[in-house]
Design a protein around this ligand. Structure first.
Ligand code: NDP
Ligand code: KPL
Length: 324
């Protein structure tokens, strides 16, 4: 990754996750340029759950690091906002382009990638699913490194450029253990979002997908936050989904042990009280749901490998049929 003249990072998709990632990079000293979306932004603010009052009510546009409330207040930073990809960006080009739109919004965000990404400006794709690289390959300039990233924080939008981030265990961001992944991970050193590398990223991505295949649709369908996972009958449904997803993941080459489904269910049931999945947030806001990127790899993969996936197919049909 080029440094020096490339002194800023771009964030395309400044929603829940984009806000959290942008603030973490700004905490680490990077100048953040927020790109697109429907709200004019002059600052980003994240309240990290467990760090203090947690009311998420900070105003955007603070002067950096913590927002004047002492330790425990929100992390907030000024940012420059670009309305569209035709606008002149800061000089030098970005050192990194973070892409944090929903998977089904990726193609529409391609003009930003064409304008900003390139061999010296890798794209960090912070999305759920296992198909980051396939999705991005046709959309980035030739030679652009694409770094898939698994996000373990639960991020909830609380306003334009504002979010709450809840920790879900020890992990923050997981990227592949290669040169590009290691360079990106280093940018988060010392921030509230720890980035780690995974030698077997395929397995890491399927392990994360298990939680999303089960957790996201069930919260969206029931309209309930993570407390719903503790209902015994819901637990049975989650486990059935997890077993199917794990079987497909193994057929795709992921080294998922026999207890991976039970482990994922335990993780889901330990999520912080009140956490909404990203899909529940979309459901409550009347937005399109990200079902193809989450359930699609299981249903399509099941069909391709001859692995029966009746529960995932039924759940995908229900989620796809939801209307605002
Ligand atoms: N939220 C969470 O806790 C987690 C989410 N994830 C994953 O991270 C990814 C992002 O999710 P999340 O942050 O929740 O999503 P959000 O819906 O909160 O954010 C998406 C953002 O992208 C913006 N956007 C949409 N289209 C474009 C475009 N063409 N150009 C520029 N910006 C655009 C939206 O703008 P506007 O607001 O104007 O529509 C919005 O701000 C998803 O893949 C999700 O599955 C992973 C782990 C946790
Ligand atoms: C981490 C988790 C499971 C919860 O935020 C998530 O990935 C999501 O909501 O999409």
């Amino acid at each position: 990754m080029a440094q020096g003249a490339r002194a800023w990072v771009a964030v395309v998709g400044v929603g829940a996750v984009g806000t959290a990632v942008g603030v973490a990079l700004a905490d680490g000293g990077r100048t953040v340029v927020a790109c697109g979306g429907s709200s004019v932004l002059d600052g980003l603010s994240v309240q990290v759950d467990g760090e203090g009052r947690g009311d998420g009510e900070a105003t955007a546009g603070g002067d950096g690091t913590r927002g004047g409330d002492g330790d425990g207040g929100p992390h907030r930073h000024r940012v420059r906002w670009l309305r569209d990809p035709g606008q002149q960006p800061p000089p030098g080009g970005p050192a990194l382009v973070v892409l944090a739109v929903k998977a089904h919004q990726t193609a529409a965000a391609a003009p930003w990638l064409r304008a900003l990404a390139g061999p010296d400006a890798p794209v960090l794709v912070v999305q759920n699913g296992v198909e980051h690289r396939q999705r991005l390959a046709p959309l980035v300039p030739p030679g652009t490194p694409v770094v898939p990233a698994l996000m373990y924080l639960n991020a909830e939008r609380t306003g334009p450029g504002r979010a709450t981030a809840r920790r879900t265990g020890g992990r923050g961001l997981v990227v592949p253990d290669d040169a590009a992944g290691r360079a990106v991970a280093a940018l988060f050193a010392g921030s509230f979002l720890n980035a780690e590398t995974a030698a077997d990223f395929r397995t890491a991505a399927w392990r994360k997908l298990l939680t999303n295949v089960a957790g996201n649709p069930i919260t969206a369908l029931t309209g309930r936050r993570v407390e719903v996972f503790r209902e015994p009958a819901v637990g049975d449904l989650l486990l059935a989904l997890l077993e199917e997803a794990a079987a497909v993941g193994r057929a795709e080459g992921a080294a998922l042990p026999a207890d991976a489904p039970a482990e994922a269910l335990t993780w889901l049931r330990a999520l912080p009280p009140g956490a909404p999945s990203s899909m529940l947030q979309d459901r409550l806001a009347g937005r399109e749901l990200e079902h193809e990127a989450l359930l699609g790899p299981v249903v399509r993969g099941g069909d391709a490998h001859g692995v029966p996936v009746p529960v995932a197919r039924a759940v995908q049909a229900l989620v796809a049929a939801l209307r605002p």
